[in-house]
Design a protein around this ligand. Structure first.
Ligand SMILES: [Zn+2]
Length: 386
């Protein structure tokens, strides 16, 4: 079966034109991709959310009875709100060897390369299948890929390896940090501020918890060092805080959020236990001596695992070979690779475009990056035929 062949840039223009900002539906772009694949004789599986607003897409080219190499990307993009663009972010503009538009670098450029390579993949006599795995809601905490990974080994094959095509300028990334985020709600008791001892000051108790977080931060800097990262340790910081109602009231509520940018091997659960122990033994008894209802509620809101490939794994060797490189790199931004790896599918990050252009106004990708990615995918097909 021969569907229409598009140039990679033409496909990228089509993908950019779908406004797939994370808070919007991605069904239209997945239907477009499903149609495109169907025209080339490739059947897709769409895995929908309960409300039908979003879907993952999974497809296999080549033999269906064995595990293959998954080419993984996310269909969503970050918002353009508040950014000053020179052109319409959802209308790709080609200028001086660059392609401008939201998502060109992160990461519709990679999706376009994968789709443009499909006619070539179909022509080949693949011994190892190539899977296409396109997710939703990566940009809001790698949300969408989780149910896809949950189906590996059930309705979907578990890939033998996964190439995550986030923008690395086609260098091979085998490690990244993982953000873990919590929300803390401190509940005290309100009182007239002239009668402070009758109240429980939620902001003061929040600050005690924050002091403990700063002690943990210092411990992280001193331990768990991994010199491949910049900075070479897991960072911890409070990222937002609100509390209090008026200048003459003992504040009853204080809420704050904090995050750890974890490195591979760090025991985040142990850090949470340390914090909970501090709350239970150092804070709550004193707070509740004044007010039974006082409390400190700690809630994990997002956990993207850090990623570290095994140095001797097949996926690292293959990615280096296909990219024509002899060393791997570590980065501080997060991807879906850690989730794939934890889901039993060894992963690597390699894709076109530079991370410095991701999420920015006037986001762009160099056309030469798409060419390099196409060559990489051509070499992957050579390997999969062997
Ligand atoms: Zn991305």
């Amino acid at each position: 079966m021969h569907g229409p062949t598009y140039a990679t840039t033409e496909l990228l223009a089509r993908l950019v034109a779908f406004d797939t900002t994370s808070h919007k539906s991605n069904i239209a772009i997945q239907r477009f991709i499903e149609d495109y694949l169907a025209q080339h004789g490739v059947a897709s599986t769409l895995i929908f959310t309960d409300d039908g607003e979003k879907a993952n897409l999974f497809a296999t080219i080549g033999p269906r009875d064995k595990a293959g190499v998954a080419l993984s990307g996310h269909t969503d993009v970050v918002p353009v709100t508040g950014q000053s663009w020179d052109t319409d972010p959802f209308q790709m503009v080609q200028k001086d060897g660059r392609l401008y538009g939201r998502g060109t670098a992160d990461m519709k450029g990679f999706l376009a390369c994968v789709l443009a390579a499909v006619p070539d993949f179909k022509r080949r006599d693949l011994k190892t299948p190539i899977h296409i795995a396109f997710s939703y809601d990566e940009e809001i905490g790698c949300v969408g890929v989780r149910p896809m990974i949950g189906n590996f080994g059930k309705s979907l094959p578990r890939p033998r390896m996964v190439f995550v095509g986030e923008p690395t300028s086609m260098s091979v990334v085998d490690a990244h940090k993982g953000p873990v985020r919590w929300q803390v709600t401190v509940t005290g008791r309100a009182a007239h501020s002239s009668m402070a001892p009758l109240g429980v000051n939620a902001i003061h108790w929040a600050s005690r918890v924050i002091e403990e977080l700063q002690r943990i931060e210092r411990d992280l800097m001193a331990s768990a060092r991994d010199e491949r990262f910049d900075p070479p340790y897991a960072t911890l910081q409070v990222t937002e805080i609100t509390g209090g109602t008026a200048s003459n009231i003992v504040p009853v509520t204080c809420r704050f959020g904090f995050e750890i940018r974890s490195v591979p091997g760090l025991d985040v659960a142990q850090i949470e236990r340390r914090l909970r122990a501090f709350i239970d033994f150092e804070c709550l008894p004193q707070m509740q001596r004044v007010a039974d209802e006082a409390g400190i509620h700690l809630r994990l809101t997002n956990h993207v695992p850090p990623f570290g490939a095994r140095a001797d794994s097949e996926v690292v060797a293959l990615a280096l070979k296909l990219a024509g490189q002899n060393e791997t790199h570590a980065v501080s931004y997060a991807t879906e690779a850690g989730l794939f790896q934890d889901g039993g599918a060894p992963s690597i990050v390699v894709g076109p475009g530079h991370i410095a252009q991701a999420h920015t106004a006037n986001e762009w990708i160099a056309e030469s990056e798409l060419d390099r990615c196409m060559a990489f995918l051509g070499r992957l097909a050579d390997w999969a035929e062997g």
